[in-house]
Design a protein. Sequence first.
Length: 93
Amino acid sequence: MAEVGFTNIVATRFKWPINRWAKDKKYKELGAWNNENTSIALESLTMAPFTRGLGWSSEEVNVFLPKVRNDLNDPKIHAYWPICSVYGMKPEA
């Protein structure tokens, strides 16, 4: 961003739990929201890469997705999404 003229650049890293496993109330709520969003988007995120890239049939993907959802909902699995947010002020015109 700096190379093209942006200033006041801020990069922040976050960890978003995949479900409600976190002990901290804030992260527990964030994990619940993240889990809901991921569950809703899961088929859309997997169908094309698995059928086109891996050669799976759509039926194979649809059999696999409930297993993935079970893991996403399992509070014994302490996983998170690494998130990076970057922003800055645009260059003067």
